[in-house]
Design a protein. Sequence first.
Length: 445
Amino acid sequence: MALSGLDIYKLLPKTNCKKCGFATCLAFAMQLAKKASSVENCPFISQEAKDKIISASLAPIKSISLESRCGELILGGEKVLFRHEEKFFNPCAIGIIFEDSLSEAKLIEKISDVKRLSFERVGEILTVDVVALKYSGIDAGKYIDSFKAIINNCDFVVALICDDTDVIKKVVEIANGRDLIIYCFGKEFDIEKFSHFASNKNLSFVLVAEDLDSLNILTLKCEQLKFKNLLIDTGEKNLSDKLWDLTQIRRLSLKKHIRSLGYPVSCIIEQTSPEAIINKASCYILKYASMILVKSDAPEVIFPLLTLRQNIYSDPQKPLQVEPKSYAVGQVDKDSPVLVTTNFSLSYFTVLSEVEASRVPSYIVSVDTEGMSVLTAWAAEKLTPESITKALEKDNIKDKVDHKKLVIPGYVSVMSGDLQEKSGWQVTVGPKEASGIPSFLKKYK
């Protein structure tokens, strides 16, 4: 549990020596409580007190940092039960499971398919993060060859779903510093055989046990062996039981401060039907999974999950926004239309896609409405004749076109006269819905 400034003060030497950079030990304690200073700045603190302060300041759920194709992939590190309390920070990783029975050619083809599972939504690139290789237990050589094909043909984080420690050791040697996630299946997996890998930052271990008590024992054992990069998993269960496990793990780590369960949680979905995968994976994204591995690379399965993940891991107190300015769409010229919208990402990108579909080169002026949509911004007096006029002047849009004609959303047609008077631009009321933009622009002059 995080310590208050007074709790920290009780652990300090109370010498007021000022060597920490603060006038008193109390002032230093208050800064430590706000994480604005480091306990290392106190030269006289005891090791026992230092350990207590550092331990109390650790995040209730540890985080793991991995290198993925889109940069750094962070699992865990969450601080709240509900996103409205603050927000969820590190998006749940989504991965695809490959069977080692696939031929090398088919596996490479599958990898190419997974690489194409990427699309842009409201300015963000959404893609999968992990590929997992499942060991059938039949041919160790085939598994190793399949692993080589994966690391030679993609830059995803790789997960090894394998209960043969000898096979895993060979794969780790081949990986040559590649980030790997290794599944350890409870009593069947001798974690002590990997104790010399405990400090290896490239290896993360998923501890699998059916119940929380067994997981607790496993994590404590791994902590004694100095393992740092750990995930936990309660195995394949029906949806209600799995959600119970996920919720209790988050509650116990955050509310009861049980650090032995304060690790990122991984889930494997064994079903192959699209409906079952989407049903389970959606629930796990909503309820605290840090990584989900599925047995499908179908776009109609993966894209809904990526979209849901983006929505859940956005900040509910801060709408997604684009930079308020004018954007040129297509090969614009001095006669191109000028359209107005807000800087709410969904509004802007919806308008953008329709303008692109019209094939009429245009300017889109994104007005700073603090991330509100058109009607919300108008009701909150953020989208006003004054704010639009200010946006036009700030971006000098008049220097980019030879006309002074402006198109505003149909839902705010009531402001057209006032806007025309204040801005000096001729105002045309456009369609209420973005879907009407293509036909509107083709007739607009």
